[in-house]
Write a protein that binds this ligand. Structure first.
Ligand code: C5P
Length: 224
């Protein structure tokens, strides 16, 4: 149907930051409001999709009507993503922390004059790359995000190849753009056909355009 082109489709969305504990009161995180991910989830729901929304601790409310899985760390996010599959498409909008503290302390680390605690870091799993590389059960369309501050298209194109995903939504998050934490976004969509720069618009409008493109791509794959 024209009004529900994603009816019968399951789409997985990751959103928000992850928090990697240092001790019970401190953590490592990326900056992310979760606003763009929530808008994408809502847009997919409006097109009739069933949406599993795996979110880290974000300030934006999750989209109403999605199956929401709240997680804290990257390891938890990976487990939730794997548990939510299979999906017809997956959009990875989360700002996953690249590193976790190897051994989080069970008790609060005490501040000691003149002595700094040493943090030993371990690499987090790359959830997008894992799912994009699945030999069996890979979603039909895997979409990643690339937050860049310079050479946006070149870096995002390289990221698409490195991660093995189908599309990359690249955005310029230089502080002067005001995009981080704001209501608007300026993105370039990188596909197998190249780079397509969209005008700056509301995050909701970016989400709607992306959801429309996703619906069209899934329909084209099926020849429907
Ligand atoms: O490598 P980078 O973090 O810039 O890649 C961004 C893309 O990869 C986003 O789509 C993000 O959700 C995803 N990602 C992930 N797991 C990670 C790191 C990034 O899914 N550990």
């Amino acid at each position: 149907p024209v009004d529900a082109p994603l009816a019968g489709r399951h789409v997985l969305v990751t959103s928000g930051p992850t928090h990697e504990p240092i001790d019970p009161v401190r953590y490592i995180a990326n900056r992310s409001s979760g606003a763009q991910g929530a808008a994408i989830g809502a847009a997919l729901l409006r097109l009739g999709a069933r949406v599993t929304f795996v979110t880290g601790p974000a300030s934006a409310a999750p989209p109403e009507g999605a199956t929401v899985v709240a997680v804290e760390t990257a390891a938890e996010m990976l487990a939730a993503v794997e548990a939510a599959l299979p999906a017809d498409a997956a959009i990875f909008a989360a700002a996953v922390a690249d590193w976790r503290v190897e051994t989080a302390q069970a008790r609060k680390i005490k501040k000691q004059a003149g002595a700094l605690p040493g943090l030993s870091l371990a690499e987090n799993p790359d959830i997008l790359a894992r799912v994009a590389g699945m030999a069996v059960g890979r979603p039909g369309l895997v979409v990643g995000f690339a937050a860049e501050t310079d050479d946006v298209i070149a870096h995002a194109t390289a990221k698409r190849a490195r991660k093995g995903c189908d599309w990359i939504v690249a955005n310029d998050v230089s502080p002067e753009t005001g995009i981080m934490g704001g209501t608007e976004n300026a993105v370039t969509l990188i596909t197998e056909d190249g780079a397509e720069t969209w005008p700056r618009m509301a995050k909701r409008a970016v989400a709607e355009r992306l959801a429309d493109r996703l619906a069209a791509a899934l329909a084209a794959k099926d020849g429907t």
